[in-house]
Design a protein around this ligand. Structure first.
Ligand code: NAD
Ligand code: UDP
Ligand code: UDP
Length: 314
């Protein structure tokens, strides 16, 4: 049993991670500034004597005692991270220094959640961890991509200079219950549009690809990465099954039984054409691979939105 600090713990992934860590018997300190996270994601944990919430922004120093740290604080959807790009960069740079400084002082192991976005619009497919990426440093996504690249660099620098026990994972598109219904990511957009009977917004011609991992699979990968001593990473975590956005739209219509139509709208600037993880390293190191099929995960997420956004008590 340990005390685990989860930054970004009120967010989509962070709140599921808090659930898992408490179930595993740990004490959990959740730190969040509630920019893109929601109190309702952690409301069920309030009152648990092993759970504590601190409203705090990691861009400012934080002093708490922890044995392990999972650093998830950072808005993840393009709409959220482009809302205040300077703040997004500060979170991944100044915030990362603070969390690494805390890890150094506490001699805590720290797992940092990086992203497939470090590969940018990749010229190598699928993406392996040794690919350096193709990122536009000046484009609208750069506050997120370049911030996350600096954060990885900082993890390696603190490891080499100060012996901080880091772990780095690169997460590919992950979805599931507690994704903010209005966060602008494709799975939440399509599901909410389908459930409302609105047109599904296909950006561009819909032939671009992504690989969608269900949240429970991803959380299992995070915990396995934290619990092993062999490799500090980076390690890709994601589902290697690749889908076009048109395929995703059709799966969403099938799962929800919706009769919504598709509407083509302009493709945002620098939208990556394709993205699919090579998860050989995660397989060898963590004996990890996703278990939940897209149709099953979409059905669970649709059920969550029906319950929280469309039922009488919502
Ligand atoms: P999310 O937006 O739901 O969660 C991020 C949380 O961090 C939110 O609760 C937000 O309020 C909090 N936060 C943001 N800036 C903060 C700051 N300065 N100080 C304190 N808290 C702050 O997103 P998510 O999908 O749960 O993503 C969690 C992490 O995983 C992020 O770091 C993201 O970059 C990474 N990631 C997620 C995905 C994905 O598909 N979900 C893919 C790649 C990487
Ligand atoms: N820091 C923090 N909490 C701690 C320890 C450090 O927020 O428990 C911050 C600290 O304010 C500093 C940063 O982490 O700005 C980096 O710490 P480090 O020890 O690496 O650097 P230094 O303090 O020597 O600049
Ligand atoms: N997308 C779409 N319709 C939407 C939202 C997104 O077609 O309503 C597309 C978007 O252009 C991108 C893909 O879906 O190609 C994934 O977008 P998301 O914002 O979820 O994640 P990211 O681009 O960061 O992988």
């Amino acid at each position: 049993m340990s005390t685990v600090l989860v930054t970004g713990g009120a967010g989509f992934l962070g709140s599921h991670l808090c659930d898992r860590l408490l179930a595993d018997g740990h004490d959990v300190i959740c730190v969040d500034n509630f920019f893109s996270g929601r109190k309702q994601n952690i409301r069920h944990l309030i009152g648990d004597s092993r759970f504590e919430v601190i409203r705090h922004d990691i861009v400012y120093p934080l002093v708490v005692e922890a044995d392990w740290i999972y650093n998830l604080a950072c808005p993840a959807s393009p709409v959220a991270y482009q809302y205040n790009p300077i703040k997004t960069i500060k979170t991944s740079t100044v915030g990362m220094v603070n969390v690494l400084g805390l890890a150094k002082r506490c001699r805590a192991r720290i797992l940092h959640t990086s992203t497939s976005e470090v590969y940018g619009d990749p010229e190598v497919h699928p993406q392996r961890e040794d690919y350096w990426g193709n990122v536009n440093p000046l484009g609208p996504r750069s506050c997120y991509d370049e911030g996350k690249r600096v954060a990885e660099s900082l993890c390696m620098n603190y490891h080499q200079a100060h012996g901080v026990d880091v772990r780095v994972v690169r997460i590919f598109n992950t979805y599931g219950p507690r994704m903010h219904p209005n966060d602008g990511r494709v799975v939440s957009n399509f599901l909410m549009q389908a459930l409302r009977g609105d047109d599904l917004t296909i950006y561009g011609d819909g032939s671009q690809t992504r690989s969608f991992c269900y949240v429970s699979d991803l959380i299992e990968g995070l915990v396995r990465m934290m619990n092993q001593d062999k490799d500090i990473g980076p390690v890709n975590l994601g589902n290697p099954v690749e889908n076009t956005m048109l395929e995703l739209a059709s799966e969403v219509l099938k799962v929800t039984g919706s009769t919504s139509q598709l509407k083509k709208v302009p493709l945002p600037q620098d939208d990556p054409r394709q993205r699919c993880p090579d998860i050989t390293k995660a397989g060898n190191l963590l004996q990890w691979e996703p278990q939940v099929a897209l149709s099953e995960g979409l059905a669970k997420t649709a059920a969550y939105y029906r319950e929280t956004e469309f039922s009488a008590k919502a």
